[in-house]
Design a protein around this ligand. Structure first.
Ligand code: FAD
Length: 428
């Protein structure tokens, strides 16, 4: 099917201060507090500021460091960032992969190639990008720093939150001591290990998924030329899969290997060596091209994969969970950060519509977001099962993908990539 132009989003962020704050409902822009300065928290801060709020972001880390790996920013997420005016800031750091090549790990043969690049941009009205998580977080942090209506406090670990008739008070501690911040609402974007979520009554640790993700960066000039092309590679092997694509404007290749594993410890960055990794990959199951790529980096970082059961309520009064804190998901659909970005756009719009009643606004946010996030969580988990098949079941999977073909495979993702904030929440 030929690509179609579905039209660019017309739901750009506009300030609602004249509509809400100048109309006698509220006299001055209220403050919204955001816990966590990850991708979700920083995007939420920008979306809230664009909607006319003042924002305080409390981040426990003393510095925003380059953690994590490459991130695919599919059109549903890229659109939100572009609508926030970030396109020019992000362009130097993104690549726009022309397609997704799915290969058999053992044969090294292409199973299917799903078009992205121009096809995705035309079809969804927004680009499909790849970027390093650190570059994305740094670009968002720079945009935050340029706004007088957002205050980012580093070294501020959110401990508690007390609601009162005029809003809420959030207490945080850090190297500078303890401090209270007052606002009308708290968006808790404090990630997989969210303490706000635990305080809401959803205690218990995340579920270990029985897999670990190993990540390395290697110079594009040190890999086979085909791997430096703007493409996403997905190699499907028995008990493991490999994803790689260029980041940092094409100068580095981000490599992530996900394998069945019983190693299990929280955190993003446990050091690992090339020999640790290669000891788990044999020529019996992996093609020479894949093994040669895996041999390129000397140092690896690994982390264990977790998710959590979906929950019904993401809000308690004027407090709401956002991103991984609300719906952590396994990375087999490349949508965790994208969902956090979508959440941010919707939460800001809901609060802008009902700034006088944040509890109602946040219930509305949860109602808009929940079914979609659950569906993405489910599909991501299901993909994880399909990716690591072996033997006959892998052959059936590959044959089905081949028959489907790349264009129709992309159509399967229309419901994810063609997302935009609901028209009813448009502020324009
Ligand atoms: C291997 C792998 C590959 C992935 N690939 C993709 C991809 O291609 N595309 C995609 O969209 N997603 C991807 N993801 C998922 C994505 O990385 C996450 O979903 C996303 O980063 C979540 O963002 P967040 O802002 O919700 O949480 P986080 O990024 O975890 O940020 C939480 C922040 O809150 C802070 N914090 C925690 N507790 C407190 C506290 N009490 N007080 C103050 N601050 C606090 C933390 O320090 C942190 O800065 C991948 C994940 C993995 C593991």
């Amino acid at each position: 099917m030929p690509p179609t132009r579905r039209g660019r989003s017309n739901a750009r962020f506009t300030t609602c201060s004249s509509e809400f704050f100048g109309a006698g409902i509220l006299t001055s822009p209220p403050v919204v507090i955001v816990a966590g300065a990850g991708i979700g928290g920083l995007t939420a801060a920008l979306a809230l500021a664009h909607s006319g709020f003042r924002v305080v972001v409390l981040e426990q880390a003393e510095r925003l460091e380059e953690t994590g790996a490459g991130i695919q920013l599919s059109p549903n997420a890229a659109r939100v960032l572009i609508d926030l005016g970030l396109e020019e800031q992000l362009k130097p750091y993104v690549t726009a992969p022309a397609g997704l090549r799915v290969l058999g790990a053992k044969s090294g043969h292409e199973i299917v190639r799903m078009p992205l690049g121009e096809t995705a941009a035309l079809r969804y009205g927004a680009p499909y990008w790849a970027i390093h998580r650190g570059d994305l977080q740094a670009a968002l942090a720079r945009a935050v720093a340029q706004r007088v209506d957002i205050r980012l406090k580093l070294g501020a670990h959110v401990d508690d939150c007390v609601a009162h008739p005029n809003g809420l008070t959030v207490s945080a501690h850090g190297s500078a001591g303890t401090a209270d911040e007052r606002g009308i609402a708290l968006l808790a974007a404090d990630g997989l290990w969210s303490t706000t979520r635990a305080r809401m009554g959803y205690g218990g640790p995340p579920r270990f998924a029985g897999r670990s993700a190993w990540r390395a960066l290697v110079r594009a000039k040190d890999v086979a030329p085909e791997f430096a092309e703007p493409l996403i590679y997905l190699w499907l092997g028995r008990d493991a899969h490999l994803v790689h694509y260029p980041v940092k404007g094409g100068s580095l290749i981000n490599i992530v290997v996900i394998m069945d594993d019983d190693w299990n410890a929280p955190g993003w960055s446990e050091p690992a060596t090339r020999s640790d990794l290669l000891s788990r990959f044999s020529t019996q199951h992996w093609a020479p091209q894949a093994l040669s790529l895996l041999s390129a980096p000397e140092a690896w970082l690994k982390w264990a994969l977790y998710d959590r059961k979906p929950i019904l309520r993401w809000t308690r009064g004027p407090v709401a969970l956002l991103g991984d804190a609300a719906h952590p998901m396994l990375p087999y659909l490349a949508q965790g950060a994208a969902m956090a970005i979508e959440d941010a756009a919707v939460a800001a719009r809901c609060l802008a519509r009902e700034p006088h009643d944040p509890a109602v606004a946040l219930r509305g946010y949860c109602a808009v977001r929940r079914a979609r996030a659950w569906k993405v969580q489910r599909l991501a988990a299901r993909n994880g099962g399909r990716y690591h098949l072996g033997g006959l079941r892998a052959m059936v999977r590959d044959a089905a993908m081949r028959t489907l073909g790349g264009a129709r495979l992309l159509e399967h993702y229309d419901w994810i990539y063609d997302w935009r904030p609901p028209a009813a929440l448009s502020l324009a």
